[in-house]
Design a protein around this ligand. Structure first.
Ligand code: S3P
Length: 451
């Protein structure tokens, strides 16, 4: 497998128009409910679509990524009603009920949609084409094509990238797949293809990753056996429509967790956040750095642990981030880099080369932005050494390269910077957290759109 690092494409015409002026606000205070989990929302639509009967989803993320998934399943012949914000009723068509789409299926910016769908569509009787936006079209897809090919799938790509043309009518055979990249997207793609394979498909991963697909398959009545790092399904199972309660997205909560930790005088309560143990690595790392975060009102909702998180301001110190925590906080490194930049001393991140193939090359883009704020940061191929210091305002526009998590991370940085921070190309925040700016302002952020 030969994967190129992300070239960080410049914004396309019209894409870079929206920008923010972020600056110090008030101490963060009150209750915040962040939107539903992106990973769970994608999967709920997918499994609901191939189930028998109706699936009701509560707490669905109204983001561009997850809406793209819903649109794709409508194109594949599934009726999906949206009676109110955050609610979807999916009228499942059964394992073999999807119909070919005459048009390409557009995943937009959503890597999760593209990779999981590649697995699911590999098992259909018809051909499909998956496309994405400029950023997604540069992300590595060989990592999903190769394991699916081992099951018998036929997928053509543009030199390992989208567009992906998935040939239908292949007889998939269950087998053992040993992934070399720790990625829940790849594991899930294999499991979804495994539903259409003859016999048993067993997937192992080099480090355990989020297990939402496995848990949700179980919730839909499929005998999916799983333990950290391995999962098994048998082909031909029937999924039964069910109710899915989507917890609040830990990755969206992460921006508020760090902001309240950094801004003196803050005390914030984040309500009913999803606490899947494979997602909460940032919590452990922030606590190692000195953060004051308590867990309250813990419960289990729809098979997922949730709790309220109370965060009080606390000074941080630099640490070596344990490599074992990397997969459990893979989406949280942009905001961790901000915490590290404000900590006393040095923070070292290793074993995180995956960051280079996310929505942007997150190591390079964060390093560039932090340098504009006066922070010393040394990049390595798989991480960075961040020297904590005093954040200045930005003389130049900080480019988020259309990466939602970069934009939100720098909005947090601005809450403790000496001067305004200008953040460009922020429209993509709508992919995962459409109301971030309004919610952030309500909690105390200084943040406005630039005309
Ligand atoms: C996701 C898995 C992770 C994560 C992404 C969502 C998922 O990607 O970064 O935001 O829902 O399975 P990788 O599988 O590439 O690590």
């Amino acid at each position: 497998m030969n994967e190129r690092p992300h070239p960080n494409p410049p914004p396309q015409a019209g894409e870079g128009d929206v920008s923010w002026i972020a600056s110090r606000g008030e101490p963060l205070y009150g209750d915040v409910i962040v939107p539903g989990d992106k990973s769970v929302s994608h999967r709920a639509i997918m499994l609901g679509a191939i189930a028998e009967g109706v699936t009701r989803i509560e707490g669905f993320l109204e983001g561009e990524d997850t809406r793209a998934t819903a649109t794709i399943f409508r194109q594949l012949g599934v009726q999906i009603d949206a009676p109110s914000d955050g609610v979807r009723i999916v009228h499942g068509v059964g394992l073999h009920g999807l119909r070919a789409s005459q048009e390409p299926l557009d995943c937009g910016n959503a890597g999760t949609a593209m990779r999981l769908l590649t697995g699911l569509l590999a098992g259909q009787a018809f051909d499909s084409t998956l496309i994405g936006d400029a950023s997604l079209s540069q992300r590595p897809m060989r990592r999903v094509i190769d394991p699916l090919a081992a099951l018998g799938a036929r997928i053509d790509s543009n030199d390992g990238c989208a567009p992906l043309r998935i040939r239908g009518g292949q007889a998939l055979r269950g087998t053992q797949i040993d992934l070399t990249v720790a990625s829940a997207q790849l594991k899930s793609a294999v499991l979804l293809a495994g539903l259409y394979a003859d016999g048993e498909t067993r997937v192992s991963e080099p480090h355990p990753t989020r297990d939402y697909t496995e848990r949700m398959l179980t919730g839909f009545g499929v005998a999916c056996e799983f333990a950290p790092g391995v999962a098994t399904v048998r082909g031909g199972a029937t999924l039964h429509g069910t109710e899915v309660h989507v917890p609040a997205d830990f990755s969206s909560a992460a921006f508020f967790l760090v902001a309240a930790t950094l801004v003196p005088g803050s005390e914030l309560l984040l309500r009913q956040v999803g606490m899947n143990p494979r997602r909460t690595g940032l919590l452990h790392v922030l606590r190692m750095m000195g953060a004051d975060i308590t867990e309250e009102a813990a419960s289990v909702q729809g098979g997922e642990p949730v709790c309220d998180l109370r965060i009080r301001y606390a000074p941080l110190h630099g640490i070596e981030v344990p490599v074992d925590h990397v997969p459990d906080m893979i989406d949280e490194f942009p905001i961790l880099f901000i915490a590290a930049a404000c900590a006393q001393g040095v923070t070292v991140v290793r074993g995180a080369a995956e960051l280079r193939v996310k929505e942007s090359d997150r190591i390079a883009v964060m390093a560039c932005g932090l340098r504009s704020l006066g922070i010393r940061i040394d990049e390595t191929p798989d991480g960075a050494t961040i020297h904590g210091g005093k954040l200045q305002g930005s003389a130049d526009l900080i480019q988020s390269h259309g990466d939602h998590r970069i934009a939100m991370a720098f909005a947090v940085a601005a809450q403790v910077a000496d001067g305004d921070v200008l953040i460009g190309d922020v429209a993509n925040v709508a992919t995962s957290f459409p109301d971030f700016d309004a919610l952030a302002r309500r909690a105390g952020f200084g943040l406005r759109s630039r005309d």
